[in-house]
Design a protein. Structure first.
Length: 117
């Protein structure tokens, strides 16, 4: 089963755009994909998008981003793994960086519509 990393904008969105990440996860899993969802990893790690927004520091962002890049590096293009890009990902410095890393690793980087077709 192919595994997809969900990438998209977070900062500057209500609830850090977690609702879009969780919806994407649901849709991709229904299509048979395994998923790596950074929003889920945040919640599983104790981050609450409803109560923590004022507490996000540069150190937090560095920790999250390091974890996320490591998750992308573990993907395997030979198995069809890739990145599922959420709407407006081009406006997110983090998501653009994730897409570039995915391309460098030879992973398929495509919008959600591609993976759901």
């Amino acid at each position: 089963m192919a595994k997809l990393y969900i990438a998209g904008p977070m900062r500057g969105y209500p609830r850090f755009n977690f609702d879009a990440f969780f919806r994407a996860e649901e849709l991709l899993r229904a299509r048979g994909y395994g998923t790596i969802n950074p929003a889920r990893m945040d919640v599983d790690g104790g981050f609450d998008p409803d109560t923590n927004p004022a507490e996000v520091t540069r150190d937090d962002i560095a920790k999250f981003f390091t974890r996320d890049i490591l998750a992308i590096v573990t993907l395997d293009r030979r198995k069809g793994d890739g990145l599922a890009m959420l709407d407006n990902w081009q406006d997110s410095e983090g998501a653009v960086t994730e897409a570039r890393i995915g391309h460098m690793l030879g992973l398929k980087v495509a919008n959600m519509a591609h993976w759901l077709a």
